[in-house]
Design a protein. Sequence first.
Length: 64
Amino acid sequence: MDTTVPLNVIIDNIIEMNDHFTEVAMGDGLAPLLVLAGTLLIVAALGVFGVLTLGAVGSLFTSN
């Protein structure tokens, strides 16, 4: 199929990206704290926007 090659490239890129982030997170100095802070910011933003999206979808199906 035509979709298997792009999916393989995406999976390979995710695995390679994971290796790079692991190297940075295990680095010296403040690098692990910066990776942790970035992760917490991303998780918080995804949580807030996820709740807002669920509220918007819920308001579509409820009557006023």
